[in-house]
Ligand binder design. Structure first.
Ligand SMILES: C[S@@+](CC[C@H](N)C(=O)[O-])C[C@H]1O[C@@H](n2cnc3c(N)ncnc32)[C@H](O)[C@@H]1O
Length: 274
């Protein structure tokens, strides 16, 4: 549950104004007049559109920069070029090395700002992204739209499909259907309560945590994911966090700041070609 009081900010530009009032209506949020952020004291944060896209910005004096989904520039671009490709732990965790020519279908059931999903899509996975926060969905849709216009990343984001809703019900519906499009891997990265003063938690990320809350129901996702995935379930956890749902994984990949817990169901290497 969000701890924030939110609004959408209007714009003097006619096209943007129309989009923003539509968004406010869609999200059931008030539309506030375009004004300097430091003057806005009636809400904690606003969604607003600039040339850089849709952003969520804390109001008030000295507020940090906005949270946005950016698949084209910044850290996403840097990681795409220099991140280590299939040698990265996230790639090993989902089993890319064993997949050979098979394109893995990965269901990211806790998509957030889509950073992990984008890394996996850029390594060739077909991604389905589930996200339940309607504000995060709006940021994702905007990020995907801008990326689709970019010559370098448009082919990558074509492999990313957003499935809005709660992962428990979306996964239950997928499990009920014919098994043809069952995901090969389910990837989970629920929000873990961080120490709020930890230097490692950037101010922008605190805003994101305040927006989506602490995912206190995360333990329930594991059983559902294990019932749905063909080959494995991967859970991203902070280094010291307890196992999700108290269930020990088959193995772990430990990194500097976090780890991937891997629950194996069947061998990807020995699977029939898709
Ligand atoms: C820590 S963030 C994920 C960050 C993401 N891995 C990334 O790379 O940007 C967790 C996200 O999962 C979403 N989430 C948590 N539980 C969910 C559920 N049951 N269904 C759908 N989304 C969920 C939260 O709203 C939040 O946006």
């Amino acid at each position: 549950m969000s701890r924030l009081k939110l609004a959408v900010m209007a714009s003097p530009a006619a096209g943007i104004h129309e989009r923003m009032s539509h968004l406010a209506h869609q999200l059931g949020l008030p539309l506030v007049a375009d004004q300097p952020m430091k003057m806005l004291d009636t809400v904690d944060a606003v969604l607003y559109e600039s040339e850089a896209g849709l952003g969520l910005q804390l109001t008030g004096k000295g507020a940090p920069g906005p949270v946005r989904v950016d698949f084209v520039g910044g850290s996403a671009a840097h990681r795409r070029r220099f991140g280590g490709g299939k040698g990265q732990d996230i790639a090993k965790a989902v089993g890319l090395a064993d997949a050979g020519k098979r394109q893995l279908h990965v269901l990211d059931a806790t998509a957030g700002l889509g950073r992990d999903a984008f890394v996996l899509a850029s390594l060739g996975c077909r991604m389905t992204l589930i996200e339940r926060s309607d504000v995060v969905q709006a940021l994702l849709i905007d990020g995907l739209r801008r990326a689709a216009d970019d010559i370098e990343v448009s082919a990558i984001v074509q492999n990313m499909t957003l499935a809005p809703g709660d992962a428990l019900s979306v996964m239950a519906a997928m499990a009920d259907k014919e098994t043809a499009d069952r995901p090969d891997v389910v990837y989970l990265d629920p929000m873990f309560p961080h120490r709020r003063k930890a230097a490692a938690v950037k101010k922008e990320m605190r805003l994101f945590q305040d927006l989506v809350g602490e995912d206190v129901d995360a333990d329930g996702l594991l059983a559902q994911a294990l019932a749905l995935a063909r080959f494995r379930v991967v859970v991203k956890r902070p280094r010291q966090a307890p196992d999700l749902g108290g269930k020990m994984p088959n193995y772990r990949l430990e990194g500097k700041s976090g780890r991937f817990d891997v629950y194996t169901l069947a061998s990807i290497r020995q699977a029939e070609p898709a």
